[in-house]
Structures are given as C-alpha cells and as structure tokens.
Design a protein around this ligand. Structure first.
Ligand SMILES: Nc1nc2c(ncn2[C@@H]2O[C@H](COP(=O)(O)OP(=O)(O)O)[C@@H](O)[C@H]2O)c(=O)[nH]1
Ligand SMILES: [Mg+2]
Length: 371
C-alpha cells in the first residue's frame, strides 16, 4: 500500500470502525447463548479491553501529532499544494509543459535543485512505465516518490541516542538566532514530562543575555540550570555542568553553545575544547551533537549545515520555524544534500511546539489538501 493510501486510511478509520460495529449487531447471539459464554469470555474480554484502550490512546496521540504537523506546515502547504492542485486541474495531458511547471513548483518550495532533478527523473520514468495519463492519478505518485526520496532504502535514525548508563549529553550547535536556546527548552520540557532528570548548561557565554535566556527557560519548564557570567570560557561552564550531572545522577544534559560561523577556526577550536571536556568526564559523550537550522533561511540553512559538518561531527538536525515558512520542502533537501537525519522540527515558539520528526506525518501535513 502506498503512503498516500496508508495515511488516508488512518483518517477514515473512524468510519470503518462504525461500519464494523453495525455488522456486529446483526449477528448478536441470544441471551442464553450469551450467558454461557460470558464467564469464559469475561477474563479475556477484560484483557482485550485494556489492550484496546491502550491502542486507542496511542491512535489518538498519533492523530493529535498529525494535526500539529498539519497546522505547522500550513504555509508551505498553502503555497505548494494550491499550486499543484491548480496545475492538476488545468492539465488535460501529462506532457513536457506539465513536467516543467511541476519542476518549478517544487523548486519554489525549496526542495533543492538536485533533489528536484532526481525526483523529476524518477517521476518521468514511472509515468512512462505505468502509462499514467491522468494528472489526478499522478498526484498520488508524486507523494509516494517524495517519500521514497527521504527514506531512500536507509533506516531512519531519528531517535536520540541515549546513554545505556549515566548521563546523556546533547550538544546544540548552530548560528545565532536559529532557535538553539528555544529548542533546548522544548526538548528539556519533553524529557522532563517523560520523567527524566534534566540539566541545562549555558555554553553560550559570548552573547549578552544568552545565559539569562536559558536560565529563564529552565525556570519556565522546571529543570535545573548551570551557567556563569558573560565572557567566561564556555568549556569551563560545560565542565561544571557535566560534573554536576555525573555527581547528582542527571539523565540528560543539554548544552547550549554560541555559533559564530563567521569565525570558523575559532568556532572549531571552541567546539573541540568543549567536546574534549565532556569526553574526559564521560567517555561516550556527547552522545548527540544536534545542528539547529532555521527553515525560513532556505538554501542558506543548507550551506550552514555543510559548513558545520566540516567543523564538527553532527549527528542530526533540528529544523526550526517550519511554521513560519512556505519553504517546508527544505526537509527533503537536507536529507539529499547534507545526508543528515532531521531529528526534530520546531513548529512554533512555545515549549510544546516541537515534534520528533516523522516523515509520514510531514508528508501528510504537506499534502493533506490533495487527499
Ligand atoms: N515561529 C517560530 N519561532 C521560533 C521557533 N524556534 C525558535 N523561534 C524563535 O526564534 C528566535 C530565536 O531563538 P533563540 O532560541 O534565541 O535562537 P538562538 O540564538 O539560536 O539560541 C526567538 O524569538 C524564538 O522564539 C519555531 O520553531 N518557530
Ligand atoms: Mg541562544
């Protein structure tokens, strides 16, 4: 089953369930039959009920998350999908002119030129092979193919790599203003809700107010904080933080950093030093180095990712401000051009506005109006 159909089914599930229920009543057994079976069934029924409730809760959560994607991708969807719908409705035959216009729409959504070229080749091949003539039929193939680009035969590593024992250290890097501090707060809140003991470390000592901002967030989400005055060596703050985390059994340490990409050599040295300090205290740490990118900067964000990859080992991307851009296609470009997994996406400024990245929900959020 294609992705398109799969997600569509998820949304039609309520209807399906209702139909199943109706047929059940038709075959209802007599009261006597019922009584006989009751005692045996009671136990299994109870178990099944518990399982059912659990599944229902899970499903409701999924639906809720899908809705969040839907909302967060509104801008991208409105510009991208409305163009696609419009193109489809005025196309009678799939020809070169159609492909040219489709290509243009994809590039405008910031999917990235090489990604789009690759995609167009595959799409043309499928149209030929499957003899697709109806533009409406092609819509579904487009959704499927965008999904394939992302998955690309690889296992999707979008989970945090937690330490088996002792504190997990996660380093956040990225240029000023992309949303590092806000993302740290959001993740801290999420982890705290999951019952983890979380410590925030203010490794951005460069900018006035950066430490204060992180401290305020720590109070807002209710987690602990380590920071020093402006201008001190960030590595010394990190040393204090990780030492505290070890001694007081914290589960996760989230480290904020300053990202002055314009001074690449200095930034590289600073990150090297921070990494060394962490690694001396906890041999397997940092378990993650997440690069934060602002989706509204489009291709500029892609080039930031390429630069940071040269400076330090990045394990994943956090893509922020997807709610504020029509360039949501950047998710696909990152995968294709930078070869790093998007682990989280930011869909707003509040602590709740962060989601673990899920390609199926993302694609749904993007193409909802096509279905
Ligand atoms: N709309 C929106 N704004 C965001 C998001 N993430 C961060 N911001 C805003 O971006 C600005 C810069 O964020 P900040 O965390 O200070 O960036 P930093 O310099 O990288 O630490 C702030 O005004 C945040 O509220 C997001 O996902 N959506
Ligand atoms: Mg900051």
């Amino acid at each position: 089953m294609g992705l398109f159909q799969k997600i569509k089914n998820l949304f039609n599930k309520e209807e399906v369930e209702k139909i199943e229920e109706d047929t059940l009543y038709e075959n209802e057994p007599s009261i006597e039959e019922k009584k006989q079976e009751e005692s045996v069934e009671k136990k299994t029924e109870k178990k099944e009920k518990a399982k059912e409730t659990e599944e229902k809760v899970k499903e409701e959560e999924t639906l809720k998350e899908v809705k969040i994607y839907e909302k967060g991708l509104t801008k991208t969807r409105q510009s991208f999908v409305s163009k696609l719908v419009e193109l489809t409705s005025r196309t009678k035959k799939i020809d070169d002119a159609y492909f040219d216009q489709l290509e243009e729409i994809l590039i405008m959504a910031d999917i990235g030129v090489s990604t789009v070229m690759n995609f167009m080749d595959r799409l043309r091949a499928r149209v030929k092979q499957e003899k697709i003539e109806d533009p409406n039929e092609l819509k579904e193939v487009i959704v499927d193919e965008l999904f394939i680009i992302y998955v690309n035969d690889e296992v999707l590593v979008n989970k945090i790599n937690f330490a088996k024992e002792g504190p997990t250290v996660i380093l956040f890097v990225g240029v000023n203003g992309v949303g590092k501090t806000t993302t740290i707060a959001k993740i801290a809140w999420k982890l705290k809700e999951e019952g983890k003991k979380v410590l925030l470390v203010a490794g951005d000592t460069f900018r006035a107010g950066a430490t204060m901002q992180l401290k305020e967030w720590s109070e807002k989400v209710g987690v602990d904080f380590v920071g020093k005055e402006e201008g001190v060596d960030p590595a010394s703050v990190v040393f204090d933080g990780v030492t505290k985390a070890k001694e007081e059994d914290y589960d996760v340490v989230l480290v904020d950093t300053a990202g002055r990409l314009q001074n690449k050599v200095n930034l590289m040295k600073e990150l090297e030093k921070i990494n060394k300090v962490i690694n001396n205290l906890i041999p397997d740490a940092p378990q993650e180095t997440l690069l934060v990118i602002d989706a509204t900067t489009g291709q500029n964000g892609i080039s930031q990712a390429k630069s940071f990859k040269e400076i330090t080992d990045i394990t994943g991307i956090v893509l922020t401000k997807l709610d504020g851009t029509a360039k949501g296609g950047i998710v696909l470009a990152i995968k294709e051009e930078v070869a790093l997994p998007v682990k989280f996406i930011g869909l707003g400024e509040r602590k709740e506005d962060l989601q673990v990245f899920d390609i199926e929900k993302y694609i749904y959020g993007l193409f909802k109006d096509l279905m």
